[in-house]
Design a protein around this ligand. Structure first.
Ligand code: 8YV
Length: 338
């Protein structure tokens, strides 16, 4: 049998996954509850075959240029790979893999949970009871929100997660609109009654809620720019469980604070781990709901993500194409064709 792969894992993973990795590979895990500095990643990688990375590791061209020559695979624990300079990695002959599919349903659940929570004032209702430790009681006009049924949802990026969101939203009676790199086949569109838009600007004018489900690339950076946010209907809501840089965050804040947009539910933040204080103010005013990058944070998804990392490593070390290798078409984003 071939020698065990030598791997560096940059963050703690669920116990069962760490245990399995320890039996299959020569495994070094960063035991700290924090991301490693680039220099520590490089030191830790001496003599290693594989870097098991997460979204909190910045794997830029500089770091890639300084990787020990033994490293041939970057196996990302996560779906998004925007923390990795893919072009630099490929140019250096590295293979990059991710863990799609296993987090699709949980992420879609969270998007829809936020989609419900925002217009129905779920967080506000709970906080009000806690803050006052008392309740004035029901009245016909208290805590009125807005109905979801009959509204139009615009999905930006109709891949696995976008489609799962659309399926759920359909069950809540939302009309589904989408903008995506490729128009989806009738077999996908028809059960959803989904309307395809080739022009994102035009779609934004036609929807009440927009939810983002596209990878972050050079082309999708600020895909919801100030100008595009300006196209949304008065009172519209924005949901983002994807990547913060898809939205011009200060422009979103202005649009909500100025009363033009109805609000936003955000799981991700441009200056993470810092959160823009104006966003926190809007959360206090119950105009936005903020959650802590937890859309795929179920134990089940994390374990399956770990299992997927293991399959990617084993297949690669056996000399085959790993099942979840990132291919160059990842960089062709919808905005490029709009
Ligand atoms: C993780 C995610 O929190 O997969 C993604 O793209 O955002 C989340 O699943 C993170 O990526 C772990 O690396």
């Amino acid at each position: 049998t071939s020698p065990k792969a030598k791997i560096l894992v940059t963050r703690r993973l669920p116990e069962a996954i760490e245990a399995r990795m320890a039996t299959l590979f020569e495994t070094d895990v960063n035991e700290l509850d924090a991301a490693l500095a680039p220099e520590d990643i490089l030191t830790g990688l001496a003599g290693k075959d594989v870097l098991v990375s997460t979204i909190t590791d910045r794997i830029d061209a500089d770091l890639i240029g300084r990787l020990p020559p033994s490293v041939r695979l970057i196996a990302q624990f996560g779906n998004g790979v925007d923390n990795i300079d893919l072009e630099a990695a490929w140019a250096a002959g590295l293979t990059v893999t991710n863990t799609p599919s296993v987090l699709t349903e949980d992420t879609a659940d969270m998007a829809v949970a936020l989609m419900l929570a925002l217009p129905r004032r779920l967080v506000e209702g709970s906080e009000m009871l806690l803050r006052d430790r008392a309740w004035a009681g029901w009245s016909p006009t208290s805590m009125l929100g807005h109905r979801l049924r009959g509204k139009a949802l615009g999905v930006v990026g109709m891949g696995r997660i976008g489609t799962a969101v659309a399926q759920r939203a359909r069950a809540f009676g939302l009309a589904i609109h989408y903008f995506s790199r490729n128009r989806r086949p009738a077999g996908v569109e028809e059960p959803l009654g989904a309307v395809y838009w080739h022009d994102l600007d035009a779609m934004l004018e036609a929807v009440d809620i927009v939810s983002l489900h596209t990878p972050l690339t050079r082309d999708t950076h600020h895909i919801l720019s100030a100008a595009r946010l300006g196209r949304l209907r008065r009172g519209a809501y924005v949901i983002n469980v994807s990547r913060p840089e898809l939205i011009d965050e200060p422009a979103l804040i202005d649009a909500i604070a100025g009363g033009r947009l109805g609000g936003a539910a955000l799981d991700v933040f441009e200056n993470r781990p810092e959160i823009n204080p104006r966003l926190l103010d809007l959360a206090e005013a119950n105009k936005v709901i903020l959650t802590a990058h937890m859309a795929s944070a179920t134990l089940e998804a994390r374990v399956e993500m770990g299992e997927t990392v293991i399959v990617n490593i084993r297949t690669f070390m056996d000399g085959h194409q790993p099942p979840h290798r990132i291919l160059p078409d990842r960089l062709q984003a919808p905005a490029a064709r709009a």
